[in-house]
Design a protein around this ligand. Structure first.
Ligand code: HEC
Length: 224
């Protein structure tokens, strides 16, 4: 027989948690708040005072939309970051052996019509940039980017990473796009680029050289 010591006899039983339902008024309050939120959002008009939103008025939004449409202030750096940097890198140095550099590239600093054609139509086949040969495939951007956007991204490239070349105008890009409208294949490497370059040097207007060259280039490629 074990005797229970007096100290142990004095002890109270362990407290335990009983079942406590959520009070009815808390459920009611939650329901009321939810209903208020839904009704508030459903009834609020978009003409509410701008102070209730992010402070922009309709006129400001219209100006921003116009700017995008006319390309007055397209951000070339942002476009480069979203469309080109994945391959050519934010530093403009590319990846050795895979993606050619844009910094100090003879193609970036060269004729603006040739440069615009590269971005509009894409490029595949072998190509030498700064003495190194590349044989990759650069995607075409004609369908994704507008003339003003291509002009902005090219102007950004020609003035970044130590590059110093005149900006590319929207008119130039538009002319190159128009003359190559029928084109469905990427530019065929350095061989065709050199032909485009010669045509650009020979021509006086931006539109003429690019329009003349793709056709003879394609024709001669077929004959060979
Ligand atoms: C999917 C990867 C990729 C993306 C995205 C890309 N490029 Fe390229 N780019 C290449 C490759 C690969 C070449 C080389 C093609 C070859 O070897 O024929 C190239 C070549 C070039 C060239 C000519 C060579 C040189 O280094 O000067 C220019 C200019 C150029 N890209 C500009 C751009 C611009 C501008 C953008 C963004 C609008 C862009 N690229 C987006 C992969 C890419």
């Amino acid at each position: 027989m074990t005797t229970i010591p007096p100290q142990q006899q004095r002890e109270n039983p362990e407290p335990d948690e009983s079942l406590n339902p959520i009070p009815w008024f808390v459920i009611l309050l939650t329901g009321l708040l939810l209903a208020f939120g839904v009704i508030y959002i459903a009834r609020s008009a978009i003409t509410n005072a701008p102070a209730l939103g992010d402070d922009r008025v309709v006129a400001e939004l219209q100006v921003a939309a116009q700017r995008v449409a006319t390309g007055a202030a397209v951000d070339g750096a942002a476009l480069f970051a979203s469309h080109c940097a994945a391959c050519h890198q934010a530093t403009g140095l590319g990846l050795p052996g895979v993606f050619p550099p844009l910094a100090r590239s003879e193609w970036v600093l060269g004729a603006d019509t040739v440069l615009a054609a590269i971005v509009l139509h894409g490029l595949s086949g072998s190509l030498t940039v700064e003495g190194k040969t590349y044989a990759g495939a650069m995607p075409a951007f004609a369908a994704q980017l507008q003339d003003a956007e291509i002009a902005a991204v090219l102007s950004h490239e020609r003035s970044s990473w130590g590059n110093q070349a005149p900006a590319v105008s929207e008119t130039t890009v538009a002319a190159v796009r128009k003359s190559g409208a029928a084109r469905t294949t990427p530019i065929a490497g350095e061989k065709e680029l050199l032909q485009l370059k010669q045509a650009a040097l020979a021509g006086t207007s931006a539109a003429a050289p690019a329009s003349a060259s793709p056709t003879p280039a394609a024709a001669s490629a077929g004959r060979r």
